[in-house]
Design a protein around this ligand. Structure first.
Ligand SMILES: *Cc1c(COP(=O)(O)O)cnc(C)c1O
Length: 250
């Protein structure tokens, strides 16, 4: 009694900050979905978050996600794939993920469609956009997004729901907000001019360091890990190849 676990405590804090940011932006707290990012975190600690009502979890790497989904198979979880996805991992990602936020090329759409047809199911997808223009980041260039969306109706198993981005790694608030604003503008343009139209509602943007800004700029999904679980031992370069220097650019 009274000994609140740090994970539970941090999660409550993050949820409160999400609600406060949503209110500042004139939106309802429920309009923002928290995807709790569990990379490097052991299943026992993830279970603490599940106990306080968290259902949406995100993983950056397929094998890590698959392992954890098996360890937590008895729990009610909705897994999102948020990292770069190789086509040879598509079969494995479909074993656990309900959503892929990192759709960034037609060859991946082709591979997903083939497997989904075999499995007789569909998949929610977000189109990943490189709003920072950093060469180290994955995602379509902003000008490639609308042409890409016009190709997607050919893939009947893919259900495009919106967009995902990682902002520039910098403490410069203006630059980070510029990335979020760009993603929002892309969504507005896509809604007006592509076949998917109004279905493209989601903006997945904002991580531990910048999720409040992201919500103020319109995020409907935030992907938060370290603010709940504490700092990771592994460097970000393990998850984002070639981004070793990215944190030192400001
Ligand atoms: C790790 C990761 C996050 C969360 O980062 P934190 O600093 O732990 O909040 C968000 N998005 C992606 C794609 C990630 O790989």
């Amino acid at each position: 009694m009274g000994t609140m676990d740090i994970v539970t405590d941090n999660l409550a804090t993050v949820r409160n900050k999400i609600s406060a940011a949503a209110e500042r932006a004139g939106r309802k707290p429920e309009a923002v979905r928290l995807v709790l990012v569990t990379k490097t975190v052991a299943p026992e600690r993830i279970a603490l978050a599940l106990q306080s009502g968290q259902r949406d979890l995100g993983e950056n790497k397929v094998q890590e996600g698959l392992k954890k989904s098996e360890a937590l198979a008895d729990k009610n979880i909705r897994w999102s794939m948020i990292g770069h996805l190789q086509t040879n991992k598509v079969k494995d990602v479909l074993r656990f993920a309900a959503e892929v936020q990192s759709l960034d090329r037609l060859s991946l759409a082709v591979a997903l469609e083939k497997r989904l047809q075999q499995f007789g199911r569909s998949l929610d997808v977000l189109v990943q956009v490189n709003t920072s223009a950093e060469a180290s980041k994955y995602g379509l260039a902003p000008e490639e997004v609308l042409p890409f969306l016009r190709e997607l109706p050919a893939f009947s198993t893919l259900k495009p729901k919106g967009f995902m981005t990682l902002a520039t790694f910098t403490h410069d608030e203006n630059e980070v907000r510029r990335c979020f604003q760009l993603l929002r503008e892309i969504r507005e343009r896509a809604r007006d001019t592509t076949p998917q139209g109004a279905a493209l509602a989601e903006l997945s943007m904002g991580m531990s360091g910048d999720y409040a800004w992201a919500i103020e700029e319109g995020a409907t999904i935030v992907r938060v890990g370290q603010a709940v679980f504490g700092p990771r031992a592994l460097p970000d370069s393990y998850y984002w190849p070639q981004s070793e220097n990215a944190g030192n650019t400001d």
